[in-house]
Write a protein that binds this ligand. Structure first.
Ligand code: AP5
Length: 230
């Protein structure tokens, strides 16, 4: 201890987990509860594809096949987004990093701004259940709120609870083939990050097979503990 008080830096939380683990669902709930900004590289890449940018054109086919987009493209997109003003109060990284190269790049990026990772949460689920979760998933085209044919149904069929929009959409990579490839990519390239963050002393494991609200309660407790100064 040097006796001086150091200013708290904006919280940085990472959600790790295979496709369908609930990263997006939980990140949106944390955003609402704590005010940190959800940064989903999947959403950022889908926006780049829709806008037809150079990065989007390069990412499109890889995403449809269920592979991982190149580290450089993803790191560049994340670096630009995290520098925006709304991220100054803290961020929830949803789907990033996904490789050791990305994790190391994030360490360098945060080092430049004096920030640190408060918690890397591994959402722990069974692969078999993930196919069911993903194949039943759809989102509101207007605000991005997520729903599921069985697990999360809007109060009025076809109408978004959050924004009242009535256009729902399903993702191009939610096919059985692509989901298989995405699970494979997760186990080969992303799961090693669990050990990486355990080594940094920031890993938290949260069981994510229970109902959405139950997972949210546990996760909220983990985030509160991780972001409360000792
Ligand atoms: P991305 O968009 O990140 O997709 P993903 O990781 O495959 O994850 P998902 O969005 O499918 O699942 P989720 O964990 O968010 O679950 P959700 O909350 O939606 O990435 C897509 C692609 O982009 C990648 O394949 C890759 O090509 C590329 N990409 C992205 N980031 C990259 C990176 N860093 N590097 C390289 N490439 C990258 O939940 C799923 C469904 O289950 C929903 O319907 C939900 O309502 C329901 N549900 C959620 N929780 C529960 C629960 N507890 N019980 C019951 N149902 C639940």
């Amino acid at each position: 201890m040097d006796g001086t008080t150091h200013p708290a830096t904006p919280p940085v939380l990472i959600l790790l987990g295979p496709p369908g683990a609930g990263k997006g669902t939980q990140a949106r709930m944390l955003e609402e509860r704590f005010g940190y900004v959800q940064l989903s590289t999947g959403d950022l890449l889908r926006a780049a594809v829709a806008a037809g940018t150079e990065a989007g054109l390069a990412a499109d086919a890889v995403m449809k096949a269920g592979g991982l987009v190149s580290d450089q493209i993803v790191i560049d997109i994340l670096r630009d987004r995290i520098a925006e003003a709304d991220c100054a109060g803290g961020v929830i990284l949803d789907g990033f990093p996904r490789t050791t190269v990305q994790a190391e790049a994030l360490d360098v990026l945060l080092g430049e701004t004096g920030q640190q990772i408060d918690a890397a949460v591994s959402l722990e689920v069974d692969d078999a259940a993930m196919v069911e979760r993903i194949s039943g998933r759809y989102t509101c085209a207007g605000c991005g709120e997520g729903y599921h044919d069985s697990f999360k149904i809007p109060a009025k069929a076809g109408v978004c609870d959050s924004c009242g929009g009535n256009e729902m959409k399903r993702r191009a990579d939610d096919t059985v083939e692509a989901v298989g490839a995405r699970l494979e990519a997760y186990h080969a390239q992303t799961a090693p990050l669990i050990t990486y963050y355990d080594g940094q002393g920031v890993l938290q494991r949260v069981g994510a097979m229970g109902p959405i609200d139950e997972v949210a309660t546990t996760l909220g407790r983990v985030v509160t503990e991780a972001t409360t100064p000792a």
